[in-house]
Design a protein around this ligand. Structure first.
Ligand code: S6P
Ligand code: ZN
Length: 202
């Protein structure tokens, strides 16, 4: 008896179908679908303490979604040796002169690195090492970004359309948001005379 390999079936050596939960990515947007895909959203109301202009932040519609992340989390978060995959969809917009951006984080286990791959839109990947040296890498469709160990990372949307990117990182990395909420990055990506400019904090 033979079985057919389809997108929803995996065959073992005896050529019989074994249990498989299909997952897939839509390449033009990075959208994930299938078994086990979770989604988290971040609204303006959840971004307090992130942007420099809190007055401008409070003036925006607090229920507006600024970004959402689709996640594939096949193992528990403290599993050594596993991998997580996620697609982030970051809306265009400004808070004052600062581009809509992700909160940003170090990994809780500092030596855990990560890949980002841009799918659509235009962005800036803001990176900061533990000496608080900050730099930015341009993101455009197809660009690949290796985020080294011990480097905080955040993404700003500098375009007029949704910026989407794929991330892949070790499952036991964890996220340290508190360090960023406490001390921030040492520079911010701001629209100065209409151009994205990395501006040092005073
Ligand atoms: C996880 C990875 C991304 C971010 C996502 C949202 O390590 O870097 O999936 O979680 O882009 O950013 P943030 O800073 O709110 O977690
Ligand atoms: Zn990360």
């Amino acid at each position: 008896m033979s079985a057919t390999l389809t997108s929803h079936a995996v065959l073992n050596a005896e050529n019989s179908v074994i249990n498989y939960q299909a997952k897939s990515m839509e390449f033009t947007t990075g959208a994930l679908s299938g078994a086990g895909v979770n989604e988290v959203t971040q609204t303006i109301s959840q971004m307090s303490g992130i942007f420099r202009d809190e007055v401008a932040l409070r003036a925006l519609n607090q229920s507006t979604v600024i970004y959402r992340v689709q996640l594939l989390v096949p193992v528990p978060g403290d599993t050594e040796g596993g991998l997580f995959l996620g697609t982030t969809f970051l809306e265009p917009g400004l808070v004052g002169d600062e581009y809509f951006m992700t909160k940003g984080h170090f990994h809780s286990i500092r030596n855990r690195s990560e890949y980002y791959i841009t799918i659509s839109g235009a962005g800036g990947l803001v990176l900061m090492d533990e000496n608080r040296t900050t730099w930015v890498e341009p993101m455009s469709p197809g660009s690949i970004h290796y985020i080294p160990a011990c480097v905080a990372h955040r993404v700003a949307n500098i375009g007029n359309s949704v910026l989407s990117f794929i991330a892949c990182w070790p499952s036991d990395s964890g996220h340290d948001y508190a360090s960023i909420l406490g001390c921030g990055f040492s520079a911010r990506l701001r629209s100065i005379h209409g151009s994205p400019t990395l501006v040092s904090e005073q």
